[in-house]
Design a protein around this ligand. Structure first.
Ligand SMILES: NC(=O)C1=CN([C@@H]2O[C@H](COP(=O)(O)OP(=O)(O)OC[C@H]3O[C@@H](n4cnc5c(N)ncnc54)[C@H](O)[C@@H]3O)[C@@H](O)[C@H]2O)[C@H](O)CC1
Ligand code: K
Length: 516
């Protein structure tokens, strides 16, 4: 499913009206009716309910007036509060404001102290508040009277339905701009917006409904929108199908390079992630001194000793051994638990520079790339990088806060500059490609904020590549499956779940998507 930024959505609306001739009032009517349809589901019977509609001066408010009309026609008790004066309302919104005025619907312009008292009373006695204050026309920050009004909405403790976007949430990034309406449900129009899936916006949106308001599909295609929402239907068609006659050699060979003295677990979890997502043969290459530990830890995974430094990390002599392993593998995942010894980081750069096979680069291998991202463009196969926000900050020179403030933009820019696939982990994980396409994942939960889940993701992506998926499809499907396995594991208790629980849940997650 595509997701449109506020500007893209406005251009789509403009084109529908001016290129295709659909009157804006028709789009607005469809939008308002779509919200009423949801209200009928959420809080029926309408005829026994009291609604308080908070309207802004723009077309988001216009939707609110349409909603008011239909609710009154169904016997609902409706009060409309306009933050501003009627005279400030124009266009399609004004058409609908005048209609409900002529119907005698109670419209209170919030201009005096008494009006504020009225709205507090109305919010107290209402069954449902409708947020029609701000939509795709929202700019800047929430302050002043808008902030006061949003406080009243949030403090009322009532069912809140947001029109198009919870007011105060940035449609593109999900950032809360000072303050935002905490909605129970959001009905968004035409296409969803990225900010409704990215945190904290996703949390403020509540349950999301995407309503078709009659915009010709051709317009959406013409917009060449490059934000995508990853759903089960996105990846079901691309997951590997297993032949009944399959043997382990047909399910691909994964090489994992990781581990260092005291850090064997990360590499082991990467190897197990590849195994449990269905890869056929997995070899974990690690410093020789870890062999006994890893051999005890891992049963199905083969292990390969690598030359090491005195510190127990892989040395530059290991590059030749890694190249030999890679030559016999379909994909190589490198980084988990490697450590940051200067010989090790030099070895990592040598591996990235010389190998021909697909690469999944994570953790300390990303550390080796700090200041050297220019080498990625020369990789024979499109590399997949899987940074968490802190690693992304180091690679880009941004602060972690700046990375998280606009995850889609940061990941997209890096993917373009580095000529790589960038999987920016976090809530929500964003997968960005050099051509600007971005995929926002929808699975996962806070229980996954525990050591090792990132290592597992690296193995999952590598395991899917080994089974024949392109690096593109493996990255998109991998993040979805990873999060879904996290959701399966969380069903037994989110707090306290471990990365190992997630790994063990991978077959169930795959079964949930593929049915086998
Ligand atoms: N044809 C269409 O465009 C359709 C639009 N739909 C709905 O309309 C909104 C977009 O409407 P628009 O008039 O462009 O903007 P908004 O109503 O979202 O807000 C503009 C309004 O808000 C004021 N404002 C902006 N930022 C702030 C701020 N930080 N603080 C206070 N006030 C602010 C601004 O001055 C304007 O007065 C879209 O979301 C849909 O809900 C229809 O649904 C479909 C057709
Ligand atoms: K709104």
């Amino acid at each position: 499913m595509r997701a449109a930024t506020a500007n893209e959505m406005r251009e789509i609306d403009r084109s529908a009206i001016h290129d295709y001739g659909i009157p804006g009032a028709v789009l607005m009517e469809n939008a308002g009716v779509a919200v009423v349809r949801q209200l009928e589901i959420i809080i029926e019977p309408i005829s026994e309910r009291k609604f308080c509609i908070l309207a802004g001066k723009g077309n988001n408010g216009g939707d609110g007036y349409v909603i008011a009309r239909h609710l009154v026609n169904q016997g609902g008790k409706v009060k409309v509060f306009l933050l501003g004066e009627k005279a400030a309302v124009s266009g399609d919104a004004r058409i609908n404001l005048d209609i409900i005025d002529r119907m005698g619907i109670d419209i209170i312009e919030i201009t005096t102290e008494r009006d504020w008292d009225k709205i507090k009373v109305a919010a107290t006695f209402a069954d449902c508040l409708v947020d029609a204050l701000l939509g795709t026309g929202f700019r800047g920050e929430i302050d002043g009277e808008m902030a006061l009004l949003i406080d009243i909405i949030n403090d009322a403790g009532k069912l809140v339905v947001a029109v198009d976007i919870p007011s105060g949430v940035d449609a593109d990034t999900g950032r809360v701009c000072g303050k935002a309406v905490q909605a129970s449900h959001t009905v968004t129009f035409g296409l969803p917006k990225p900010g409704l899936f990215l945190y904290p916006g996703a949390e403020y949106a509540g349950e999301l409904t995407v309503a078709d308001i009659g915009i010709p599909a051709a317009i959406i295609v013409e917009q060449n929108i490059k934000q995508n929402i990853v759903m089960a239907g996105t990846i079901r068609p691309i997951l590997p199908r297993r032949s009944p006659a399959a043997h382990k050699g047909m399910s691909g060979r994964v090489a994992v390079v990781g581990g260092s003295r005291g850090l064997s677990g990360a590499a082991a979890m990467t190897a197990e992630g590849a195994l449990r997502v269905g890869a056929g043969l997995i070899t974990l290459a690690a410093p020789g001194s870890l062999q006994d530990v890893l051999a005890i830890k891992l049963t199905e995974v083969m292990t390969r000793p690598l030359a090491e430094t005195a510190a127990g990390t892989i040395s530059q002599e290991a590059v030749v051994e890694i190249a030999a392993l890679a030559a016999d593998s379909d994909v190589l995942a490198i980084g988990p638990g490697l450590g940051r010894h200067e010989d090790t980081t030099a070895a990592v750069r040598a591996v990235i520079e010389t190998l021909e096979c697909p690469l999944v680069i994570d953790a300390d291998a990303l550390y080796a790339l700090v200041g050297h991202t220019d080498m990625l463009a020369d990789c024979a196969a499109l590399p997949v990088l899987t940074p968490h926000p802190g690693e992304m900050a180091r690679l880009t020179g941004l602060s972690t806060q700046a990375v998280n403030a606009d995850r889609v933009r940061v990941a997209r820019q890096a993917a373009g500059e580095w000529g790589s696939i960038v999987v920016l982990k976090g809530a929500r994980t964003v997968v960005a490609f050099p051509d600007g396409e971005v995929y926002i994942n929808t699975t996962g939960n806070a229980g996954m904020a525990t050591g090792g889940t990132g290592d597992a993701l690296t193995g999952i992506i590598a395991g899917l590549i080994a089974q024949g998926l392109s690096s593109h499809d493996a990255a998109v499907a991998g993040v979805y499956i990873h999060g879904l396995a996290g959701d399966v594991a969380a069903a037994s208790g989110m707090v306290g779940m471990s990365a190992t629980d997630l790994i063990k849940a991978l077959p169930a997650a795959l079964y949930g998507i593929k049915g086998y």
